[in-house]
Each structure stands twice: as C-alpha cells, then as structure tokens.
Design a protein around this ligand. Structure first.
Ligand SMILES: *[C@@H]1O[C@H](CO)[C@@H](O)[C@H](O)[C@H]1NC(C)=O
Ligand SMILES: *[C@@H]1O[C@H](CO)[C@@H](O)[C@H](O)[C@H]1NC(C)=O
Ligand SMILES: *[C@@H]1O[C@H](CO)[C@@H](O)[C@H](O)[C@H]1NC(C)=O
Ligand SMILES: *[C@@H]1O[C@H](CO)[C@@H](O)[C@H](O)[C@H]1NC(C)=O
Length: 287
C-alpha cells in the first residue's frame, strides 16, 4: 500500500480542483501573500522555486486552486529534504484549503501547530514520513468533513484522541509507524453504532461519503488494551493493528476474521479466531 492512500487522495482531489488554464493572474491575493510567507519561513527552499511572486500562484508546484481560484490543496512532497524546521502557523490562513499534506519531509519537525485548527473545512490531512512529533491535537475532532487522516510514519505519540472515533465522514485512518500508546478509543464503537447500510453511497460531487471507516492502519505503535467490539460494525477493506501491545479476545464478526491472522501479528496478548483460541479462565486458573 505504501503511499497509495495518499496518492489516491491527491488524485481524487485533483479531479475536482481544476488548475486554471488561463494565462492571466487568477490566484487570490490573500492566498498568494500567505504562500509567500510560508516560503519565507522555510528560508526560500529550492523546492519552492516556482513560487515566484510575479506568476500566478494557482500554477505553482504543490498548489491546486478550486473553481473560485482559492487555494484548495497544498501537498508538499520534499524528495530533496529541503524543508527544515516546523510547519509555519501561516498554513492556517488558507481558509479554502480542503487538502493539506506534507509527504517525505524528514527535516520537518515540531508539532502540529494550533493554527491548523482554523482549517476546519479540511477533507484530507496527511503527514507521511516527516519528523513531526507530539500528540494528535484534540481539535482534529472538529474537522467534521475530514475523509482521510493519514499520519503514517512520523514521530507522533500520546493517546489517540477519542474525538477521532466520532468524525462522521472519516473513511481512511492511518496512524501506523508512530509512538502512539494507550488503548484504541472506545469511541470507534459509538461512531459506528447508528450505522445503516442505506448510507453506503459514493457521491464525490457532493462529497457525501459513507459513515464507514474503510482503511484502518494503526500498526507499529505501542497501543495496548483490547480491540473494541465496534470494529465489527466497520466495512473494512484494509485493516492492520500489527506490532502493538494489544490483548484480549478478538471480537467476532464483521470483517475482523476475514483477513486471516496477518493484521494481528506481533501482539502477544491477542487470541481468538483467526488466532488460536483464548485459554479460558477455567483452563488457566482451575485449581
Ligand atoms: C500507512 O502508512 C504507512 C507508513 O507510511 C504505510 O507503510 C502503510 O502502507 C499505510 N497504510 C495504508 C493502508 O495505506
Ligand atoms: C505554468 O507554469 C509553467 C512552467 O512552470 C509555464 O510553462 C506555464 O506557461 C504556466 N502557465 C500559466 C497559465 O501561467
Ligand atoms: C528526527 O527526530 C529524532 C528524534 O525524534 C531526532 O533524533 C532526529 O535528529 C530528527 N531528525 C531530523 C532530520 O531532524
Ligand atoms: C535533512 O535530512 C537529511 C536526511 O534525513 C540529513 O542528512 C540532513 O542533514 C538534514 N538537513 C538539515 C539542514 O537538517
């Protein structure tokens, strides 16, 4: 799967965020000003060489504008490790942003800045292979339109906030390869308990998505506790909780048995189908 989820996301957004074909300046001046401030705060790195104040910002690399020529997408892929330092708070001043992603930016450090809370229209938020650390801020739970949260392969730690479990439109959650600990939030259970098959409907134009989580990857962390029963309500097409410290019986039902033992690998305490049966209390403790 590697970067496939995030690439699909980028392609998906690219289909309805049409870059402008006109050669006149279309970029909104407010957005342009913010982007130039972002460039400056990273010390004019080479990857932003196309971010020339004399040209239309809707034609700059990593930028896609929406139909109203507002910046709708900022997806930075930094193969040359040019971006050094924290995410500048100015990122929060792009009010029409639907997708924000930093991919392969190993020198991007610090935490998710509080200014990102202002981006509450976001449908996709991705940090892939960066050195961003700290907890997932609680305010992510206010991003009611969020479809994809991809935080795979960073240095995030702390507990997975409960609020993530109740994001109504989330369909892909990747928290793998971080340092998360604590239990899987019980709210995954609540989030799925009013679910109806009738809501299963893809309508990209209206951005109506099923209230289902399709992709769940929380592998390679330090997550402990048992798997919530609510996971059996999810119509998962990708599921991975491997390399954690989970324990207890795997809930029976839904998709949880359908992938075989692989999603559960390297969790010493998990048992029950598709893993070997749990030892009953009687077998273990009977005197
Ligand atoms: C989640 O992110 C990790 C790390 O970047 C990646 O290896 C994995 O394939 C991703 N999972 C999915 C389902 O895309
Ligand atoms: C967009 O930028 C490319 C070079 O990066 C240039 O060739 C092209 O003319 C520009 N298009 C517009 C509409 O400015
Ligand atoms: C990334 O973070 C780790 C510790 O979290 C640190 O040791 C390392 O130097 C950082 N790398 C960069 C490129 O900043
Ligand atoms: C950026 O990261 C690379 C590889 O992770 C490292 O070799 C380099 O020293 C870093 N540059 C700065 C300025 O931190």
């Amino acid at each position: 799967m590697e970067t496939r989820t995030i690439l699909c996301l980028v392609l998906f957004f690219a289909t309805f965020l049409q870059p402008s074909l006109s050669d006149s300046e279309l970029c909104h001046p407010d957005d342009k000003k913010v982007l130039l401030e972002i460039k400056k705060s990273f010390n004019d790195p080479d990857i932003f060489v196309s971010w020339d104040p004399k040209t239309d910002c809707c034609n700059w690399t990593f930028i896609t504008c929406d139909d109203n020529n507002r910046v709708g997408e900022l997806t930075v892929v930094d193969v040359d490790c040019d971006l050094v330092g924290p995410i500048p708070p100015e990122v929060g001043d792009l009010p029409y942003l639907l997708l924000l992603a930093f991919i392969d930016c190993p020198n991007l450090t610090g935490t998710i800045p509080p200014a990102i809370a202002k981006l509450n229209n976001l449908q996709g938020l991705g940090f892939r292979n960066t050195n961003i650390s700290g907890p997932i801020p609680e305010f992510i739970g206010d991003f009611k339109d969020l479809l994809i949260l991809d935080l795979g392969d960073n240095c995030f730690s702390g507990q997975i906030p409960n609020t993530i479990g109740s994001l109504p439109n989330l369909f892909a959650l990747n928290l793998s390869f971080n340092h998360f600990s604590g239990p899987i939030p019980g709210s995954f259970e609540q989030a799925t308990s009013d679910l109806s098959w009738n809501s299963f409907k893809f309508d990209f134009s209206n951005a109506v998505f099923p209230k289902f989580l399709f992709f769940l990857d929380i592998s390679h962390n330090r997550i402990f506790g048992s798997l919530p029963q609510g996971l059996t309500d999810l119509y998962l097409s990708y599921f991975d909780v491997g390399y954690n410290k989970l324990s207890g019986e795997i809930p029976q039902g839904g998709k949880l048995q359908s992938f075989g033992p692989w999603p559960y690998r390297r969790n010493k305490g998990l048992c029950g189908d598709p893993l070997p049966p749990c030892k009953s209390i009687r077998q273990v403790g009977f005197i």
